[in-house]
Design a protein around this ligand. Structure first.
Ligand code: NAD
Length: 391
């Protein structure tokens, strides 16, 4: 446990049902022109984009909309959106949607602010990569999934199809200035995406908690997030209109975001990113396929913490610790994976057996910095074994 640490999440979070209405007042200091970046036309058709544009207009902010971003945003999509920012002379960028929209908005803010392709910032993937600076345009996050935590993290995940890489760019300059976490925006999220994004929350919290740079503060957030996921994820999946469950998952997402921002994700995310670079899988599904195997690989290195994960997830108290085994943590994880419809092997997610070698290489090469945050060091052969089990 590290008791000597920095913790700095400089994001103004507007949390709660109806909070979207306060957007204008909270962003008008960022400028008078902005680009709203979102994945596809869903929020245009649902009327949410128009509602946001009207809220912004009341604060005398003119907005433009860019919808050509895919889930798992691509570097060229980000660069095209950055060109719109330059053309329209925008002062700031709003990401509207899940992690893909918010990460894309962060990428746009970097690319437009520095007038260069976003891939220039893909640290770890090429020698010429540079760190973003204060030239990055201000970012606003309106999150509609629970989630990636991207609204409160200093990370942006961008995929490059040509190099088949999906690195996380990390910088204090890409924290959102303002994040809106309004659970009313999440009730339209389909069952399957609720499950996948909810599992991402659990993976963040579990990994940040068991990470070798975890500290007292990140443990606090991570443990609370795991408890909330255990109590509310299945309800949110089964009854998407349940605002109590949506609010609890949005809270868990935000806590888990704080946890990974102050600690880190570990081996499972390192492998999942390498999977995502090679194959267009759904992030949360991939994490669910890998987590039981990465946990089994690492849990004996930190048995108390991995036991705590299981206790929190199943709502058990500390008094039950002595009769709780590490295998019970694995059983609890497998149970939530099954109950949320996420028991899908990598082979059914579009990954082919011949991809596994490239994925293992990606994990131990450009994702090595994340893999090394795990309590147990994994070499290429270890990763390949885990992949074969999850396949
Ligand atoms: P997503 O943003 O890719 O969204 C998935 C789909 O759900 C999209 O089609 C989107 O339009 C739709 N959608 C989103 N909200 C909706 C709503 N309320 N109603 C109806 N449809 C809705 O999903 P995600 O899991 O939030 O983001 C995944 C991306 O985030 C991946 O690229 C992943 O690697 C990245 N990620 C980033 C961080 C970070 O800290 N930056 C952390 C974890 C993951």
């Amino acid at each position: 446990m590290i008791n000597n640490f920095d913790f700095n999440i400089p994001v103004k979070v507007l949390f709660g049902a109806g909070k979207l209405n306060e957007l204008g007042d909270n962003v008008k200091q960022l400028g008078s022109r902005c680009l709203i970046v979102t994945t596809g036309n869903f929020f245009v058709e649902s009327g949410l984009v128009e509602r946001i544009q009207n809220i912004l207009k009341q604060s005398e902010i003119q907005s433009f909309v860019y919808t050509d971003v895919s889930p798992n945003p691509l570097d060229d999509q980000v660069d095209n959106a950055a060109a719109v920012v330059k053309k329209e002379n925008c002062d700031f960028v709003i990401g509207l949607g899940g992690g893909s929209s918010i990460d894309a908005a962060k990428g746009v803010a970097m690319a437009a602010g520095h007038d260069c392709p976003v891939w220039n910032f893909a640290m770890g993937t090429h020698d010429a990569a540079i760190e973003p600076t204060e030239k990055t345009l201000p970012i606003v996050a309106i999150t509609t999934t629970s989630g990636t935590g991207s609204h409160v993290t200093p990370y942006s995940v961008i995929t490059n199809k040509a190099t088949k890489q999906k690195p996380g760019i990390g910088s204090e300059h890409i924290f959102a200035k303002v994040a809106v976490v309004d659970p009313e925006l999440m009730v339209t999220l389909p069952k399957e995406i609720t499950a996948c994004t909810g599992f991402d929350v659990l993976a963040h919290a579990l990994e940040a908690y068991t990470c070798n740079i975890a500290n007292e503060m990140t443990d606090l957030y991570a443990k609370e997030a795991i408890k909330l996921v255990g109590k509310y994820l299945i309800t949110a999946v089964e009854d998407g209109n349940n605002l109590e469950a949506r609010t609890a998952m949005a809270m868990a997402d935000t806590y888990a975001g704080y946890a990974i921002a102050g600690s880190l994700v570990t081996l499972c995310h390192a492998i999942a990113h390498a999977v995502g670079g090679v194959s267009e899988t759904v992030h949360g599904q991939t994490l669910a396929a890998l987590t039981p195997h990465t946990v089994a690989f690492s849990m004996n290195e930190s048995p108390d913490k991995f036991k705590t994960v299981g206790l929190l997830l199943t709502g058990k108290s500390e008094t039950e610790r002595d009769s709780f085994e590490l295998s019970d943590t694995l059983a609890a994880l497998n149970s939530i994976i099954k109950a949320t419809g996420l028991a899908i092997p990598l082979s059914d997610q579009g990954v082919t057996e011949s991809d596994l070698i490239e994925i293992a290489k990606g994990t131990t090469e450009y994702m090595a910095g994340i893999a090394e945050a795990d309590v147990k060091a994994a070499n290429y052969d270890d990763v390949l074994q885990i992949l074969k089990k999850a396949f």
